[in-house]
Ligand binder design. Structure first.
Ligand SMILES: *[C@@H]1O[C@H](CO)[C@@H](O)[C@H](O)[C@H]1NC(C)=O
Ligand SMILES: *[C@@H]1O[C@H](CO)[C@@H](O)[C@H](O)[C@H]1NC(C)=O
Ligand SMILES: *[C@@H]1O[C@H](CO)[C@@H](O)[C@H](O)[C@H]1NC(C)=O
Ligand SMILES: *[C@@H]1O[C@H](CO)[C@@H](O)[C@H](O)[C@H]1NC(C)=O
Ligand SMILES: *[C@@H]1O[C@H](CO)[C@@H](O)[C@H](O)[C@H]1NC(C)=O
Ligand SMILES: *[C@@H]1O[C@H](CO)[C@@H](O)[C@H](O)[C@H]1NC(C)=O
Ligand SMILES: *[C@@H]1O[C@H](CO)[C@@H](O)[C@H](O)[C@H]1NC(C)=O
Ligand SMILES: *[C@@H]1O[C@H](CO)[C@@H](O)[C@H](O)[C@H]1NC(C)=O
Ligand SMILES: *[C@@H]1O[C@H](CO)[C@@H](O)[C@H](O)[C@H]1NC(C)=O
Length: 595
């Protein structure tokens, strides 16, 4: 992702001459002619919806899912749990079998590049009813029973690719099937070929594909980043057509996913992505560990229907299908390209100071190329993903960027919250249990728990208002490490009086217990993987998420499936005033961190 200066200089020279050619073809209709367009707004159009409740469309999606999908999904899940032979307390079965008391399960999947995308995928696979090995372990089916799925950065790639491919199995997602070519990690995102001719054409295609958008909107490295990601995470590319000059998934809108079969049937968990605001008006504490965005910055989420912020300082949302719109008369459509949004949640380029002309030359060429190809106001940033601000003038006393015309957005984990937990704390979502998949790199490519501490600090210090209680986690990594809370699943928020959701923490926290060499702790900057490497990561993750070491039955927790089910039903149990009992009691003493 970060190039050597010599290569940059080479490409820079090559592209200064190509710029002329590119500018010439802009006016002609080309194969890459997709991008936003303008229409008169419908009469009832509402640019901004204020508040901390969910949209009517989301409420309806979840209601339909609860009615049509969850009863059978939870029954299948219960069958999987019971197949392990562990005796469950009666209340576990009653809750999972009873249509009107079903738990609300949210899943979050962290940032960390391909490592995180693969670890997240591996955990989802272990929760998938369609994998018979997962069903045998007693964990299969929870994916189908989950209502919400949030991802950021690498986790955002997973969420977007899964959604646009219509919820295939994880094997089909990662390796490709049907119209989806798989993740194709044979090539780097930007530095796709070492052949300078091929690379030059590739770069020219990326730049051309944003031409229509550039006619009316600011463009930046975030736009070409989205086009590069499209070749890996959206339909329209195969290994054979990777370098072809075709639309490469262009024009695929996030708001259109609702029309896919698994959304129409409400089988798909409600997808959410998180992005940080890079505001020049906010100063505040930076969470330690190389983070970039102050912890007191409002967070933004992109979901199937809306873009906005649930933080009390803004509490405002805009329709996703009209992203780019800034008033109630002229409406934009086509701005919400799925891969541009996947690029927004994973846009780390601002950390490389590419807006600074001098540093730009030495860290990346694409911001320079965008700048040369599409000259625009120097006031516009080239390193962030830029959205026309739909919240201009909204909450001027509390929202720092209220008077800005552009929201400069970046990777959702840059504030240190590398797990997208905040969407699960929206009270109106009523989440009972958050399955938190964490593949952050805290040390040696493994997670230690820092991202949970970041969320706890942010909630305690700045953003309690209007959000659900975040379960208490240790205040420092010393405790996480000493107690091994990331090296095996841990439950937080077990105390019966705790309000808010229970958190089931499944981290990529340690090498395999059977002594095998670890495969899941690759660097965040590794962008090229072989198929066997990916399969190895998925398989080691399967062992983590099922708590079973295949090679040695003695290392397995035979009760893990039951324990996870105990966590899933625990808030529903408390609502009914039933005491924890049986295996759930022993599970909670084994997996809970009580402080
Ligand atoms: C891609 O094809 C279009 C025509 O469909 C053409 O205008 C454009 O120059 C081509 N791009 C490259 C990099 O060859
Ligand atoms: C992408 O391809 C998959 C697999 O063939 C298909 O099920 C899905 O509908 C396609 N998605 C879109 C947006 O066309
Ligand atoms: C680079 O790719 C071009 C176009 O495919 C090909 O003609 C050329 O031989 C390649 N150069 C090298 C050094 O492989
Ligand atoms: C509404 O937005 C459009 C597109 O950005 C702009 O051209 C137009 O002037 C705006 N209209 C008003 C009334 O502000
Ligand atoms: C980037 O800019 C920030 C803020 O101005 C500064 O703290 C940081 O040191 C810069 N990074 C580099 C690599 O120069
Ligand atoms: C962008 O281009 C302008 C000239 O159009 C130049 O002044 C500026 O330094 C460029 N910025 C970067 C980061 O290259
Ligand atoms: C992965 O972990 C092993 C030790 O368990 C370590 O030797 C290796 O350096 C780590 N890999 C990375 C990329 O940090
Ligand atoms: C870490 O947290 C524990 C418990 O919250 C506390 O006792 C300890 O003093 C803390 N250590 C450091 C280094 O802050
Ligand atoms: C189930 O998961 C395991 C572990 O990753 C994998 O090897 C297997 O291929 C998966 N089966 C299916 C049907 O997806």
């Amino acid at each position: 992702m970060i190039r050597t200066p010599s290569r940059v200089a080479l490409l820079g020279t090559m592209f200064r001459s190509l710029t002329v050619i590119i500018l010439l073809v802009l006016s002609e209709s080309s194969i890459a002619a997709f991008g936003p367009s303008f229409q008169r707004c419908p009469a009832d159009f509402q640019l901004v919806r204020r508040g901390q409740t969910v949209s009517a469309s989301e409420a309806q999606y979840i209601e339909q899912k609860r009615k049509k999908v969850l009863p059978a999904a939870f029954q299948a899940y219960l069958k999987s749990v019971k197949s392990t032979g562990v005796t469950l307390p009666e209340y576990v079965e009653t809750i999972l079998e009873c249509g009107d008391q079903l738990p609300t399960v949210g899943i979050t999947t962290s940032g960390g590049g391909y490592r995180a995308a693969l670890f997240g995928a591996g955990v989802l696979n272990a929760l998938d009813a369609r994998n018979s090995s997962s069903v045998k372990k007693g964990t299969g089916g929870l994916l189908q029973a989950a209502t919400h799925l949030a991802g950021l950065s690498g986790g955002g790639w997973l969420v977007t690719s899964l959604a646009q491919a219509n919820l295939p199995t994880i094997q089909d997602l990662v390796f490709g099937a049907g119209n989806f070519g798989g993740w194709i990690p044979d090539f780097d995102f930007f530095d796709a070929s070492s052949n300078t001719t091929v690379q030059a054409t590739y770069a020219e295609e990326l730049l051309q594909e944003i031409a229509v958008k550039a006619q009316h909107f600011p463009v930046s490295v975030g736009d070409v980043w989205g086009r590069a990601l499209a070749r890996h995470f959206s339909n329209g590319t195969t290994l054979a057509t990777f370098f072809a000059n075709t639309s490469q998934g262009g024009g695929l809108l996030f708001s259109d996913l609702v029309n896919l079969p698994t959304f129409a049937s409400h089988e798909h968990p409600f997808p959410i992505m998180v992005t940080d605001l890079d505001s020049k008006h906010i100063t505040g504490p930076i969470f330690p560990g190389g983070n970039f965005i102050p912890l007191n910055t409002p967070l933004f989420e992109i979901n199937l229907f809306e873009f906005g912020s649930y933080d009390d300082v803004l509490a405002a949302h805009t329709p996703l299908q009209n992203l780019g719109t800034t008033n109630n008369s002229v409406c934009v459509t086509g701005f919400d390209e799925a891969m541009y949004l996947a690029g927004t949640t994973s846009n780390l380029w601002n950390e490389f100071n590419v807006s600074d002309a001098i540093l730009a030359e030495s860290t990346t060429d694409f911001s320079v190329l965008v700048n040369e190809t599409y000259p625009q106001s120097p006031a516009l940033r080239l390193d962030t993903s830029n959205f026309p601000n739909p919240f201009h003038g909204v909450a001027p006393d509390t929202f720092a960027d209220s008077h800005e015309t552009i929201l400069a957005l970046c990777d959702g984990g840059e504030d240190g919250q590398i797990s997208p937990l905040q969407p699960m704390l929206v009270k109106d979502r009523n989440i009972d249990v958050i399955i938190t998949i964490d593949a952050t790199n805290d040390a040696n490519g493994f997670a230690e728990g820092a991202s949970l501490i970041a969320t706890q600090e942010r909630m305690q210090q700045f953003f309690q208002g209007g959000l659900a209680t975040f379960p208490t986690v240790p205040s420092n990594l010393t405790v996480f490490i000493a107690e091994g809370l990331a090296t095996r699943p841990t439950f937080f928020g077990c105390t019966p009086t705790t309000a808010g959701p229970l958190l089931v923490y499944i981290a990529n926290g340690a090498p395999p217990r059977d002594g095998a060499a670890p495969l899941t702790n690759t660097t965040t900057t590794q962008t090229i993987y072989t198929a066997p490497e990916m399969q190895g990561m998925l398989d080691q993750t399967f062992v983590v998420a099922t708590q079973g070491a295949e090679v040695d039955g003695a290392l397995e927790d035979r009760e893990w499936g039951a324990c996870l089910a105990c966590a899933v039903v625990d808030r529903a149990r408390a609502r009914q005033g039933v005491e924890r009992s049986g295996v759930c009691e022993t599970c909670f003493s084994r997996y809970c961190w009580e402080g």
